[in-house]
Design a protein around this ligand. Structure first.
Ligand code: AMP
Length: 225
């Protein structure tokens, strides 16, 4: 990685359930850049029952994309924050060709570029198991899976004993829809970034530790970060 980088701007691509959110949390700490997850931002709005939250909930519950025109305001505002000056890690954005174009425009305005796009390649069937079995502890963000990483006590967080929740869009039919949307709208971005020489691929089916190692190797160690 060139020492000339003044900031590290990363995009994580992959189907829902590829582990990109988990990896984004780990790498954003290691590289000390903010983790910007549009899904988390939208869920926070729906949890707080803001007007904006109510306007996007229907799309999310059905596993459809929130229209870019509706979503873009909160994304642009997030980029304006001071903590993005050293870079950022985008998780769940861009999700289609339109958003990729908007991101390019925004970065051009800021005089910045994307350094790497990390693609967490994961098979649809594994995604299905990971998501329908996923349970989370809302306050900490800790994630469990009924099959791969069950809590010690059924339905309860190991550390606090508080109840775990299932995301409303992790039911089987909604996961199918989310996968369909990913394959139709997001997969074309893989080719787009490949052609631009930005894409690196990691195996999203490997263990969390191995995927972290592979992703960090692919991104490199930017000097000064
Ligand atoms: P995620 O947590 O990334 O799986 O996102 C959950 C849901 O939020 C998606 O199924 C969409 O409804 C919505 N969403 C998140 N990011 C975007 C985006 N970049 N564009 C449109 N909708 C999004």
């Amino acid at each position: 990685m060139s020492p000339a980088f003044r900031s590290l701007n990363l995009v994580f691509l992959g189907p829902p359930g590829s582990g990109k959110g988990t990896q984004a949390r780990i790498l954003s700490e290691r590289y000390r850049i903010p983790h910007i997850a549009t899904g988390d931002m939208l869920r926070e709005e729906t949890r707080r029952r803001t007007e904006f939250g109510s306007s996007v909930k229907g799309y999310m519950d059905k596993g459809e994309l929130v229209p870019t025109s509706v979503l873009n305001g909160i994304v642009l505002r997030r980029f304006d924050s001071d903590d993005c000056s050293r870079g950022f890690l985008l998780d769940g954005y861009p999700r289609n060709v339109e958003q990729a174009g908007l991101l390019d425009d925004l970065l051009a305005e800021l005089g910045r570029t994307i350094e790497r796009v990390v693609w967490f390649k994961t098979d649809d069937e594994l995604v299905m198991k990971r998501l329908t079995g996923r349970r989370t502890h809302p306050n900490s963000g800790r994630v469990y899976n009924l099959e791969f990483n069950p809590p010690r006590e059924d339905g309860l967080d190991d550390a606090t004993g508080e109840s775990l929740e299932q995301r409303s869009d992790d039911s089987e039919d909604v996961v199918r829809q989310r996968l369909q949307v990913y394959n139709d709208q997001t997969v074309p971005l893989i080719e787009l970034y490949k052609m631009r020489g930005l894409l690196v691929e990691v195996n999203g089916e490997d263990s969390v530790e191995n995927v972290t190692e592979a992703a960090m190797k692919a991104v490199g160690s930017p000097v000064g970060l």
